[in-house]
Ligand binder design. Structure first.
Ligand SMILES: Cc1cc2nc3c(=O)[nH]c(=O)nc-3n(C[C@H](O)[C@H](O)[C@H](O)COP(=O)(O)OP(=O)(O)OC[C@H]3O[C@@H](n4cnc5c(N)ncnc54)[C@H](O)[C@@H]3O)c2cc1C
Length: 345
């Protein structure tokens, strides 16, 4: 069913728990509902929200917010080893991870515990513990709001990169609504323990099932990250910066040992959490917003009533402090939506 609500309160629709509303909120259950939205129904700019776990609402949204409740699992192929399963964009991604692990299907287990919907997971190219969703995506089903037609977008056209995809940029952004994601899972692939922190959980014996890996991942996440049902946040606030080998030598020359990942093109990725920690910003706060003690990459709504101005001021403080010390500009991973959303160092 199509539901249209004007002046909708979005406070319960974002895990940061920012208070904001939108001019119009349209939710839908099936593709036909989506197709029945008339251009005149879309007042102002259009934003498609998922579970709101990667957004910072900086004020009331002057346009239309779309929300999907499309939930289905369709098995489209099974050759005994590989299974192709299409999942509705509105289904909770972690429920899919749990389902796959329970069926002894490898591929999604390292991504366990990441909040949000399946469509958004494919937009974000979510990643954790050495895996990214692009590793298991085959194709996306989309509804093009402009042409009003269904389109299948194969993996090659998704332009996947670190927390990035074609869906975050023109011409797809705001126009291509993901309705379903086709995943490829495997019965024989075995575990991906490329991430040291996860491998450490299996020093005694290698995991025999995706469920064992899922449980280890959930345990590690639980110890480090705030539970969105208890404390508001949008997960990692900043992307890990990628620097040139020269910049890396400059920083390690001044700082000593610097944790890093060498990338195939010669550039070097440095954990933003380390840079923030090194600046002494762990636990720093502005108003009700605070840098999370156990993982300084996360900004939390510590008081429960932090305003977006508190978060934006803390964001600027972090960007400026890291820039002054390391000459590196951190870029937010969290999407800012609303007035004053641009934060400049
Ligand atoms: C505690 C916590 C931990 C987290 N850990 C991780 C982590 O380990 N790794 C990681 O990568 N992320 C992590 N995140 C970030 C977040 O969970 C992911 O980015 C997630 O994919 C966002 O999903 P969502 O449904 O909340 O999307 P939203 O935040 O609502 O939207 C995200 C983007 O997707 C777009 N979108 C949503 N649905 C559709 C659709 N159907 N069609 C087209 N566009 C759409 C939106 O317009 C927006 O651009 C974490 C967040 C929290 C709060």
């Amino acid at each position: 069913m199509l539901q249209i609500i004007d002046n909708y309160d979005l406070s319960g629709s974002n895990t940061f728990r920012m208070k904001a509303s939108c001019r119009r909120f349209i939710s839908y259950d099936i593709i036909q509902d989506l197709a029945s939205i008339r251009p005149a129904d879309l007042t102002g700019p259009v934003f498609h929200i998922g579970a709101g776990s990667n957004i910072l609402l900086t004020g009331d949204y002057p346009g239309t917010v779309l929300f999907s409740r499309i939930k289905y699992y369709d098995i489209l192929g099974d050759n005994g080893d590989e299974m192709l399963v299409e999942v509705g964009a509105g289904a909770t991604f972690d429920e899919f991870c749990s389902w796959a692990a329970s069926k002894h299907l490898w591929g999604a287990e390292n991504l366990s515990g990441i909040p949000g919907q399946t469509g958004a997971a494919a937009v974000q190219n979510i990643g954790a513990y050495g895996a990214e969703v692009k590793d298991i995506v085959v194709r996306l089903q989309c509804f093009n709001l402009e042409t009003r037609r269904l389109e299948a977008i194969p993996l090659e056209k998704c332009a996947y990169a670190y927390r990035d995809s074609a869906f975050k940029h023109e011409p797809f952004k705001g126009k291509m609504i993901i309705t379903g994601v086709l995943f490829r899972l495997s019965r024989s692939k075995g575990p991906n323990l490329s991430y040291k922190g996860l491998a450490r959980a299996f020093t005694q014996a290698s995991p025999k099932s995706p469920m064992e890996v899922r449980e280890a991942v959930l345990g590690i996440r639980g110890a480090k990250l705030p539970d969105p049902s208890v404390i508001g946040s949008a997960g990692s606030f900043f992307k890990n910066p990628v620097v040139s080998p020269e910049d890396f030598c400059r920083i390690s020359g001044a700082e000593g040992e610097v944790p890093h990942f060498d990338l195939p093109d010669g550039s070097v990725k440095i954990p933003a959490a380390w840079l923030i920690d090194r600046c002494g910003l762990k636990g720093a706060s502005v108003g009700g917003a605070q840098v999370w003690e156990s993982q300084p990459l996360v900004i939390v709504n510590r008081s429960g009533s932090a305003s977006s101005s508190d978060v934006l001021a803390l964001e600027s403080l972090i960007i400026n402090t890291v820039n002054e010390r390391f000459n590196i500009i951190l870029h937010p991973e969290v999407e800012h939506l609303g007035p004053g959303a641009e934060v400049k160092p």
